[in-house]
Design a protein. Structure first.
Length: 208
């Protein structure tokens, strides 16, 4: 079961106005779905949001950097205070083209979440060849270059990106090397999907 605490009142560093952030206190992986792109989803999965947007000025936020609001004892927070907004696709490209992303790890995180966000529209979709825009394609290629082949987990994600991009020879090359037992199930599933000619994100396994 997922336990939700009282929302946190945060302050936007850009405009100084207040907003709420959801406060997920605990969760578990029962029924969690593990996808071929590395995302884990499910009704009880603990997911602490990292990216947000101020509901007032629409500025992009690293939620961990937004300070907890220091309110006077007499200040009453409106019960309908707006929650932070989720990102739309254009926000990812804006973030990558601005000073919002300042480190390699931040770039890797934003590019990976953009990939997941695009794949969210294809999870469970009947088409094995989802359509992607040139911008989405370019992000996936840039993300693949950031993943290291010397790391099993990153190499499998790089292979998955190649499969989804239709780069079959590259995906097969990356999958040809042996992986540790923890990644074997993912490697086997991605290999099966490659042989089927599918370019859609797929389920690897579901937790019982």
């Amino acid at each position: 079961m997922t336990f939700i605490g009282r929302p946190l009142v945060k302050q936007c560093l850009r405009c100084g106005d207040f907003f709420c952030e959801s406060n997920v206190m605990s969760g578990n992986t029962f029924g969690a779905i593990h996808w071929s792109d590395g995302k884990v989803s499910g009704p009880y999965v603990l997911e602490i949001p990292a990216l947000g947007k101020c509901p007032h000025c629409k500025g992009l936020l690293w939620l961990q950097d937004a300070p907890r609001a220091v309110l006077a004892a007499t200040t009453r927070v409106a019960p309908n205070l707006s929650m932070h907004l989720d990102w739309k696709e254009e926000d990812y490209s804006t973030a990558l083209a601005s000073d919002f992303v300042q480190t390699r790890q931040q770039e890797l995180f934003v590019r990976n979440r953009w990939w997941w966000a695009i794949n969210d529209g294809h999870r469970g979709h009947p088409s094995k060849h989802p359509t992607r825009t040139p911008t989405q394609h370019a992000n996936m290629e840039a993300l693949a270059e950031m993943f290291s082949e010397s790391n099993d987990e990153e190499r499998l994600l790089r292979a998955e990106l190649a499969r989804e991009l239709g780069q079959q020879q590259e995906a097969a090359r990356l999958l040809s090397r042996e992986v540790r037992i923890t990644g074997a199930q993912f490697a086997q599933r991605i290999t099966e999907l490659l042989r089927e000619g599918s370019r859609r994100v797929e389920i690897v396994y579901v937790n019982g």
